[in-house]
Design a binder for this molecule. Structure first.
Ligand SMILES: [Zn+2]
Length: 811
């Protein structure tokens, strides 16, 4: 147990952090009620926050230990003292590996602020001691260089900061350090990590700024971090440096990290989505603290672009895998949707900040959509496996991972989940905003009184919310209760998505049983009165199951609908479907949708039931239709019961469904390939040789939907093999090559040949010319018939390139 005085200090510093800084000219006009003052006891968030505390945080720390991320600091410290063995001069695989520890320390600090835990506290102290020992005498902190300054990480380049604007991530590491340091200081009252952070920030201030060197972060976040250091210290150099870095971006540099234009001239969300949202959040912070309206105008335009053209129905953003980037306007593919978990977190950081600037509930609408759908989908229900990407459709080969080579997402989950209660309420003068609905209590300091709030609700499963207000004695207060966009017939605050039906029941609200006219101001009902102990607000948000349609410009959602109930977006998962498929289903518009709560399923979820038609091809290629039961679960809960097909946008016409193919010889074969056959990228994307016989049809050689390649192997000869279900007579194969010219390093091969299994021997087929290597089509090879139970494609790559196969058919 922490001594009482320390706990008081922790509470005081946490609360004071969210109050306007003494002497500051500007701040957000609205301030969040800190999560330390909001005590949830509901059935939805409380178990998740507890799983995060008890499971995910210790698990993530253990992964940081197991993967050498902690040892990197130890080795950097040894290198600084000249005591390192040559074998220990191992540069981290990625130059941002340090951030994973910082993020989990931040998450742990948030949990320490609400639940003292001496073991965790002292474990974090131990980590901080290791970080301190790895800091260079002038404050520089970056293990990817310090471990071996003569041969640093190749992305770090030869000199400090030289690689920053491209790949070194030196400032990205510091940004996460600052966020962690402030959290740790506020949680524990200790200055250990904060002092480390301030030494690095002082080095930055001595090196960069007007009249000194110029720098801008290749991966943003340091701007937000510097503003936090400013808030906690009052030292304006940190704020000024954040603004200097923002103003040093662009024009004419890479759109990948939002440096194509000056920040104040940007109007469209482009490039890497996590970098973008972190930058926009940093701009909001600097704008709030300086009163800069140029930043605000730019952000408002970018927000209109995202919410109008680049937001998934799940709240995910960053559609494109190449560059982890925003796509073009309305480019929102489902199967290949990237939607990094960190981008969802960044989207919520940004929308919360825009709310604090503008006081408009439309930002909370976007935040809530992301929060309940495309953000918490990033962590499994047991808290121990994660999604880096959050697609809206799966071919059944997507699974969660316990960790990633690039492990940004799990650490980000630990810090975000711990701070969720801080998004429920906000305050501006004596106006209290009720933004999210979650059962629990809150003690809100308004002027010189503490107002006690008690929320009782089963949200998001039920739209009835009871809020008891106790100001101690009668007090004039304004309480603004958010009426979510979804309860006002608005799927999103733009024309990107719309409900297809007419809302039958309106939201209603009473105070002490008396109906209040729902007259909305920026999405809020304003309750302006003298509140007294015992006053009760009752809100009723009807939650029918509704269909959502996308703007007709979103090609991938055309002929499809999504299902939403309250803030929850649903998905059909094959495990709930009679024929164990869902991409072949048609849910026609006339079918009634009903909801029921299933306490036994997925830790308790509302499911949506209906009837659908499943489509399949018979042997003659005719479509066979079957009526069957349809079930959908909340999207966030998918992939908690193994790997399965999943679909959010469900066909409502036959033309968009994928009838289950009649199984061909190739489809019935078992596939294996050289190089283990199945490998996982650092971002958790798995490559399955099963992609080549899944019966899908590629749109082109570069179609990223479903393929297999041998990348990063280059210039080699590799193989892929079918084990046929029984010995069969074959005389023809067709191969559709994968080629990602313009995006990656895979090209059609130089040549290939087909081998067949004769007993235990592989022999080439005969009677043919060379197999074709043309792009964007099937390359047919006909040969003297053989009877065999095994076929092998032997593929010779171009010298500097890899190779891959989209599809491989056999006759
Ligand atoms: Zn991430």
């Amino acid at each position: 147990m922490m001594p009482l005085d320390k706990r008081l200090i922790a509470l005081f510093t946490t609360v004071s952090f969210c109050m306007p800084l003494l002497g500051a000219q500007h701040d957000y006009p609205i301030q969040p009620v800190p999560f330390t003052s909001v005590h949830l006891n509901d059935g939805f968030w409380t178990p998740r926050i507890e799983t995060n505390r008890a499971v995910t945080i210790p698990f993530a720390f253990q992964k940081c230990e197991d993967t050498g991320r902690v040892e990197n600091f130890v080795h950097a410290a040894e290198a600084l003292r000249g005591q390192i063995a040559d074998k220990d001069r191992k540069i981290p695989p990625f130059p941002f590996d340090d951030t994973d520890i910082y993020k989990v320390i931040e998450g742990a600090s948030y949990t320490l602020s609400v639940k003292p835990d001496p073991m965790l506290d002292s474990y974090v102290d131990g980590l901080i001691a290791k970080i301190a020992a790895a800091q260079e005498p002038d404050g520089y902190l970056y293990t990817a260089r310090t471990i071996d300054p003569e041969h640093p990480h190749k992305w770090a380049l030869a000199h400090r900061w030289e690689g920053e604007e491209v790949l070194s991530h030196e400032l990205y590491n510091l940004g996460h350090l600052y966020e962690a340091a402030v959290a740790h200081h506020q949680a524990t009252g200790k200055r250990t990590l904060l002092d480390i952070a301030l030494r690095t920030a002082d080095l930055l201030c001595a090196t960069f700024g007007p009249g000194k060197q110029t720098i801008w972060p290749g991966h943003q976040i340091v701007e937000m971090g510097l503003v936090k250091l400013y808030r906690v210290t009052g030292d304006e150099r940190y704020l000024n440096l954040a603004k200097f870095m923002l103003d040093s971006r662009g024009p004419g540099k890479s759109p990948y990290n939002q440096a194509n234009l000056r920040v104040v001239d940007q109007t469209e969300a482009v490039g890497h989505a996590v970098r973008a949202t972190y930058m926009y959040s940093g701009m909001a912070d600097v704008a709030a603290m300086t009163g800069d309206t140029g930043y605000v105008h730019a952000m408002d335009a970018i927000w209109e672009n995202v919410v109008g053209k680049k937001l998934y129905i799940t709240g995910g953003i960053g559609a494109i895998g190449a560059g982890e980037a925003f796509g073009g306007n309305y480019e929102l593919p489902n199967l290949t949707a990237y939607n990094e978990t960190c981008a969802s977190i960044g989207n919520d950081f940004w929308n919360e900040r825009l709310f604090l600037l503008h006081g408009d509930a439309k930002y909370i609408d976007v935040m809530e959509r992301t929060l309940y759908n495309g953000l918490i989908s990033g962590v499994s229900l047991d808290g121990k496996s994660f999604f880096y990407q959050n697609p809206l459709e799966s071919n059944g080969r997507r699974g969660r991972s316990p960790w990633f080579g690039v492990a940004c997402c799990p650490g980000n989950i630990t810090r975000f989940m711990a701070s969720v209660p801080g998004y429920v309420y906000a305050l501006s003068g004596n106006t209290l905003y009720v933004n999210l609905f979650a059962g629990g209590t809150a003690d809100v300091r308004i002027g010189d009184r503490t107002v006690k709030l008690v929320q009782e609700t089963r949200y998001p499963w039920d739209g009835r919310v009871k809020i008891s207000v106790d100001p101690g004695a009668s007090a004039a207060l304004t309480i603004k209760v958010r009426i979510p966009g979804w309860a006002r017939g608005q799927a999103v605050p733009s024309d990107l998505y719309r409900f297809t039906d007419v809302q039958k029941e309106e939201a209603n609200l009473t105070v002490n049983g008396k109906r209040v006219h729902v007259d909305l101001d920026k999405g809020y009902v304003t309750l302006d009165r003298a509140w007294k102990p015992g006053d009760v607000i009752e809100l009723n948000l009807p939650m029918p199951v509704r269909r959502v349609a996308a703007n007709s410009q979103v090609a991938s959602d055309s002929g499809r609908i999504a299902i939403q109930r309250g803030p929850i977006v649903f998905a059909a998962e094959a495990v709930d479907s009679p024929d164990h498929r869902v991409r072949n289903l048609v849910l026609t518009d006339g079918e009634k949708l009903t909801a029921e709560f299933r306490a036994d399923l997925l830790n308790g979820v509302e499911v949506v039931k209906s009837r659908a038609v499943s489509l399949s091809f018979d042997s003659a290629g005719r479509v066979v239709r079957k009526n069957q039961d349809f079930t959908a679960i909340p999207y966030y809960a998918w992939a908690n019961r193994g790997r399965d097909e999943m679909v959010v946008w469900i066909p409502n016409v036959e033309a968009t469904a994928k009838p289950t193919p009649w199984p061909t010889l190739a489809m019935k074969s078992k596939v294996s390939a050289s190089q283990d056959g199945q490998r996982v990228t650092a971002e958790g994307i798995e490559k399955h040789p099963e992609a080549v016989n899944d019966g899908e049809e590629p749109k082109s050689s570069s179609d990223p939907a479903s393929y297999f390649d041998w990348w990063p192997e280059k210039g080699k000869t590799e193989w892929i093999e079918y084990t046929l279900p029984q010995a069969s007579r074959v005389s023809q194969v067709e191969v559709y090559w994968f080629d990602d010219t313009g995006r990656g390093e895979v090209r059609v091969p130089v040549s290939w040949r087909l081998l067949y299994k004769d007993g235990s021997e592989w022999k080439p087929v005969t009677g043919t010319g060379a197999g074709g290597v043309e792009r964007d089509k099937y390359n047919k090879l006909t040969f003297t018939p053989v009877t065999t139970d095994g076929l092998r494609l032997e593929v010779s790559m171009q010298p500097q390139f890899s190779a891959g196969v989209q599809k491989w058919k056999v006759q």
